[in-house]
Write a protein that binds this ligand. Structure first.
Ligand SMILES: [Zn+2]
Length: 223
């Protein structure tokens, strides 16, 4: 029995889930805002500072608010976003549709530290086409969750595959991880590249190579 691409890389629904695979357990109750701010105070003290000093008085509130922005992606469903903006493919266009250099910031699920880079995302329609800005928005929604670059890459591809049932999807992410540049081995300037191909991009080397060639034309590859 073969499993579809979307099944292999099952997308977490909006809301907290346990990874991209298997059944998601019911999420724990959401802490209160006050509990979140207390947790920030604890981390500030753990870092060695005094959370009661005047300059840090508003920091827990700001960090809690920043978390709402960093992780706003949990409150949006990427498949619904795509399906909410599809159009009839009137001229039966059947070649690569690609967004190059979609900038993103995501957060590593191991250290909650940012990783930043560019996404190149392509699909080959089979029927409906989708509003291009929605593809960029899907990158943003999935990036604004705790991620690994590998999961982010396959989840972007799975969302498009599942929502549009296209003839192929290709995703290439190139990012620098601050958990690698600012801590641990402290290697700056290392690019991590991940790719995920489905459908025609997975079976047809010529298409995959065209995608890679188009992606190389982007700013993300010039540095
Ligand atoms: Zn990390």
């Amino acid at each position: 029995m073969t499993t579809s691409f979307a099944e292999r890389f099952r997308l977490p629904k909006a809301g907290r889930t346990d990874e991209a695979h298997g059944q998601a357990p019911p999420p724990p109750p959401r802490p209160t805002r006050e509990e979140a701010e207390d947790a920030v105070r604890t981390l500030l003290a753990w870092a060695g500072d005094d959370p009661s000093r005047a300059a840090l008085a508003e920091t827990p509130r700001r960090v809690a608010e920043a978390f709402l922005e960093y992780f706003e992606g949990y409150h949006h469903d990427p498949i619904a976003l795509l399906q909410g903006s599809t159009f009839e493919n009137a001229s039966a266009y059947d070649d690569i549709v690609m967004l190059r250099d979609v900038r993103f910031t995501s957060y590593c699920e191991h250290h909650v530290s940012p990783f930043q880079g560019h996404a190149h995302v392509a699909y080959i329609p089979d029927g409906p086409i989708v509003g291009l800005s929605r593809i960029a928005r899907v990158v943003e929604v999935l990036a604004h969750r705790l991620q690994t670059q590998e999961n982010l890459t396959s989840q972007i591809a799975a969302a498009i595959d599942s929502a549009l049932k296209p003839r192929g999807v290709a995703v290439l992410l190139e990012a620098e991880h601050s958990c690698m540049s600012a801590r641990g081995i402290r290697h700056a300037g290392v690019a991590t590249i991940t790719t995920q191909f489905s459908g025609l991009f997975a079976t047809d080397d010529a298409r995959a190579n065209r995608f890679l060639m188009l992606a190389r034309g982007g700013q993300g590859s010039e540095r």
